[in-house]
Design a protein. Structure first.
Lengths: 111, 113
């Protein structure tokens, strides 16, 4: 079955700097890769996703890149702000199969 | 609120107690899920319901018993739990069973004493 690894487990950046979180997946048949943000006391919320037919997707300060050959995908946050502080989860799935999540990255943005 | 409501938000129960977690979605979705979130572990899928039918039980112990009376409601009945069952239990829903477009609730923080 699918296995998703996520790094780093914690990430601290200065406000205004960029943050990058990386994930690898094992099943080459996976074709859907969402990213979730979980704030304290809340459930995970979808922030951006990408499908295997594209290599990059952007939404304002957030971007996701996908390298199908290497089975890597990454979340990029530019111009970080304190409100970006949260736990971020990557996930992977294939068509109608269930989502498999990574272990999460705790991002702290210091003013 | 995300459209998926979980109650209670917090629950403390003894190992001999019986309690239930409730999840309700107002999104018109047809699939609902229970996940367990423990510290420093990936979210663990427990159960999947699609159009009220259970389609997956991810080797969950029988002390956890799900119930899905309709596409909008999902319950998790708990009995004779162990301290290691303490975790955040998350409910999610999606239009169809699969990986796309999950909406999560805020979870129930369960502590077993």
């Amino acid at each position: 079955g699918e296995n998703v690894e996520q790094h780093p487990s914690t990430l601290s950046v200065q406000e205004g700097d960029s943050a990058v979180i990386k994930c690898t997946y094992s099943d080459s048949a996976s074709n859907y890769f969402p990213w979730y943000k979980q704030e304290l006391g809340k459930g995970p919320q979808l922030i951006i996703d990408i499908r295997s037919n594209v290599g990059e997707k952007k939404d304002q300060r957030i971007a996701v890149t996908l390298n199908k050959t290497a089975k890597h995908f990454s979340l990029h946050i530019t111009e970080t702000q304190p409100e970006d502080s949260a736990v971020y989860f990557c996930a992977a799935s294939m068509d109608t199969d269930k989502l498999i999540f990574g272990t999460g990255t705790r991002l702290q943005v210091f003013p | 609120e995300t459209g998926v409501t979980q109650t209670p938000r917090h629950l403390v129960m003894g190992m001999t107690n019986k309690k239930s977690l409730k999840c309700e979605q107002h999104l018109g979705h047809n699939a609902m899920y229970w996940y367990k979130q423990s510290a420093k572990k990936p979210l663990e899928l427990m159960f999947v319901y699609n159009f009220k039918e259970q389609t997956e039980n991810n080797s969950v112990p029988s002390r956890f018993s799900p119930e899905c009376p309709n596409s909008s409601h999902l319950f998790l009945h708990l009995h004779t739990l162990q301290p290691e069952d303490s975790a955040l239990y998350l409910c999610a829903s999606s239009q169809e069973a699969g990986g796309d477009g999950y909406t999560f609730g805020s979870g129930t923080r369960l502590t077993v004493v």
